[in-house]
Ligand binder design. Sequence first.
Ligand code: AGP
Length: 612
Amino acid sequence: MCGIIGYVGNRPAVPILLQALRDLEYRGYDSAGIAVLDGDGVSIAKKQGKLVNLESALSNVPAGTVGIGHTRWATHGRPSDENAHPHASCDGRTMVIHNGIVENYASLKEELSARGHAFRSETDTEILAHLLEERIREGADLFRALRETARRLEGSQAIVAMSLDEPDVLAAARLGNAGGVVVGFGNGETVVASDLAAVLPITQEVAFLADGQVARVTSGGIEVATVDGDPVRLERKRIPIDPVTALKGQFPHFMLKEIHEQPEALADTIWSLATLDPAALYFDDLGSAAARLAQVERVVLIGMGTSLHAAMLGQRYIEAFARVPAFADNASEFRYRDPVLDGRTLVISVSQSGETVDVLEAMAVARAAGALQITVCNTEGAQTTRVAEGTVYTRAGLERGVASTKCFTAAVVALYLLALRLAMAKGRVTEAELAGHLSDLAHLPGAVATIIARRDALRGRAIQLARAEHVLFLGRGLAYPVAMEGALKLKEVSYIHAEGYAAGEMKHGPIALIEPAFPTVAIATQHALRSKMVSNIEQIQARGGPVTAIVTEGDDELAALCDAAIAVPPVSPWLEPVVAVIPLQLLAYDVAVHRGCDVDQPRNLAKTVTVE
Ligand code: AGP
């Protein structure tokens, strides 16, 4: 959480910092601030609330060409002007921005206070400015000061600092998994940011800091060392940029735009991993994992939120196609429960950002146990791709809406194909069967486009659901993760309380909630468990609960049974989750808009969760 940007170059820094903060605002939007070196001094502006507040408060725009900026998701200290970053040292000469949590904050604060430092905010970040000030006073340059400061910190951090004592230098550090630090190399200018969204509009030439690395950043490039001072050479990469995905275009919100992008995102993901004629799979980024797939005896899939729901579907695909025992787990639970893993366990992490702290920590647990790792990730060069032996990239393009949509469906099809790849390695799928699966997939983008084109027909349903205080989502089999995802989408963007349940669980408690004001959305497409779902729907209706069902086109019998039905085109039963989730995404969006919610920046949330 929190967006970080630093710029050192030949152009006025303020417009560049503000544009970068606009590109990063989805990472946090409690407050924002910038600091720019200006002649012999520094100009700092900070404002509580969204970036627009900061922009309207900027009266004198300094012309300096070195600066830092931050958009905050509060951890220590409430959102306020004082707690907004950047934070300055007592002498006002050193400024820092930060993402993460200084876990030994209390003892460091006590120590610094005893040495006479005065604190102006409630944040843990301010500690860093005071620690840097002490090192610089002792004679260290900013680069060394940050390395020495880093050694005193507990917890995960991403830090960028600047100092009036070295006005053409920034220092940046990545410690643990508090989000990435990416450096962008331009023409006579260098940027350092928490993610690619802020860097790519400036340059496509980038490098990523790894855990424990600190960089000295100047307009000519970087020098990198470990926190202990050992020099490091970073590999530079050229990242392809798709300028269209970064803009809202004709859409009022990123979420709606990204829902509409799904047919293309699915096609890009599918055909980057497979061909129809010949029917074949191409996993170019599996690296050393490819040769070890045949030895895999067990698979654990990990993720958080929407990515966990994709992982739950991956579990079902792997068991069905490869007949290997598979289990999907919440990464934040997995990492703390001393899981049983060995060299024949494949751990598949699913993460849109590739920077989610719980996923990265869970991967560290898996690595320590010697498990083979593959990550399913949408972000080129993200940390999960650097930890895992192999990567399956989803090709959904940049996702900016905090509510994940296209990255969910892209991850589901990537996992479907990965399950087939594992099944091939295990000899459990014939070439003819593979051809059948790929031909099923070929129809999927078109089916998704058909549903999206019917959005207007869903609006009436959305207006009704918008009045509810609680909504239940039910599914069985492959529709169970879809029910979970439908509930998550609704609650995060509309603030309506929603729960996703396995329909069979209903009678074990939740049915007590059913009454006329408590609507249910039942995912009842034509899968093998449809008849069981019909019984569940009847049980709810018998207790006066209104039911909206997601049904397969032509299933008039079920449509007639329910209070409302939303039909989706027929696809292979394995792919029903992808078509069934589209109306749930659209419903969540329209309900949220109807309730006047901030769809792209829901309260309390941030796109990438880099703190525990
Ligand atoms: C989804 O709409 C979320 N906002 C959230 O649950 C997200 O999926 C989760 O934080 C995981 O993120 P990741 O895929 O980047 O790891």
